[in-house]
Design a protein around this ligand. Structure first.
Ligand code: SPV
Ligand code: MG
Length: 309
């Protein structure tokens, strides 16, 4: 007799990925997410041993739209790129939704739309609209949304979730804005109280002094909400080292984008100089490799099998 058990409800594909992310955040090893800027970069990330895809706002702005990361790309434009990414990866997709693209209602709508789109998580930061990329050095003064207001927005986003499993990450920009560890702790505490599932604490302090100060103070609060790091500006720490310090998730946010830009520039330089395709061939992917990456043969075989049916 076939043993069919209906005790366990079957999770949707989206919720299964969300649960994977959630259990990863509680795990003994770090969740390592890598930044994608389009569907191909997301596909490639899936071919290596990583745990999640980060849809980078910087990456999407620069690579999909050719624009600076200054809140110029809209929610719908981010969602459009995200759908292409979600469609080609089995990894949980964590979307950088900047500041939720506007005010209170924009934050709520952002959470609702990305939840419906089936992604695992959104990350909402407390930079005032229009935000400036956190790594950009040419901005001396950075304004943040008032802590209470941001907490109110996050609470509403969490309450608006359709799926309980959908993950809302609150991003604290207090260290980036130069407000110090105490302000960062106040914000992180308020966002955790508002129901955020994880706290991303961003920093550009290469020495890790600020981060260490934050971690010490955070651990003494007794709050267990998982922490997320983006170590672009403290790049010598491995994901495991950051995990040991107290981070549950580490985002390698923009390396594939920068690799793509460098590879294209190098190739264009060669083509400009040599003016023939063969000059670039030794250093670029073959046409067949690209065919393979996007499952060209499998797709044609499926079409032909249907024809015969
Ligand atoms: C992104 O990848 O868009 C990020 C990370 O938000 S950072 O560029 O470091 O702000
Ligand atoms: Mg961003």
């Amino acid at each position: 007799m076939v043993n069919m058990s209906f005790d366990q409800p079957r999770l949707s594909r989206a919720d299964a990925k969300r649960m994977r992310l959630r259990s990863g955040l509680q795990g003994d090893t770090p969740v390592v997410a890598v930044g994608a800027h389009d569907a191909m970069s997301a596909r490639l990330i899936g071919h290596y041993d990583f745990d999640a895809v980060w849809v980078s706002g910087f990456g999407v702005s620069a690579m999909a739209y050719g624009l600076p990361d200054l809140n110029l790309v809209t929610m719908t434009e981010t969602l459009a790129v995200t759908r292409t990414i979600e469609g080609v990866t089995d990894l949980p997709v964590v979307v950088d939704c900047d500041n939720g693209f506007g005010g209170f209602s924009n934050v709520v709508r952002t959470a609702v739309e990305f939840d419906r789109a089936g992604v695992a998580a959104v990350c909402i930061e407390d930079n005032l609209f229009p935000k400036r990329n956190s790594l950009y050095q040419g901005q001396s003064k950075r304004d943040l949304i008032a802590t209470k207001e941001q907490a109110r927005r996050l609470k509403a986003a969490v309450e608006g979730k359709d799926s309980e499993a959908f993950v809302v990450i609150a991003r604290v920009e207090a260290l980036i804005a130069g407000h110090g560890v105490e302000a960062a702790i106040d914000r992180a505490t308020a966002y955790a109280d508002a129901g955020a599932d994880a706290i991303l604490i961003h920093s550009k302090d290469k020495t890790l002094t600020e981060i260490t100060g934050f971690l010490d103070a955070w651990h003494s609060t007794g709050i267990t909400t998982p922490l997320v790091a983006v170590p672009t500006l403290f790049p010598d720490y491995t994901a495991d080292e950051l995990h040991e310090k107290g981070f549950s998730m580490v985002i390698l946010a923009n390396q594939p984008m920068r690799a793509a830009v460098k590879a294209m520039e190098d190739t264009l330089e060669i083509l400009e100089k040599e003016r023939k395709p063969a000059a670039a061939d030794p250093t670029i992917a073959s046409v067949n490799h690209v065919f393979d990456l996007v499952l060209t043969t499998e797709t044609i075989q499926a079409e032909e099998a249907d024809e015969g049916a």
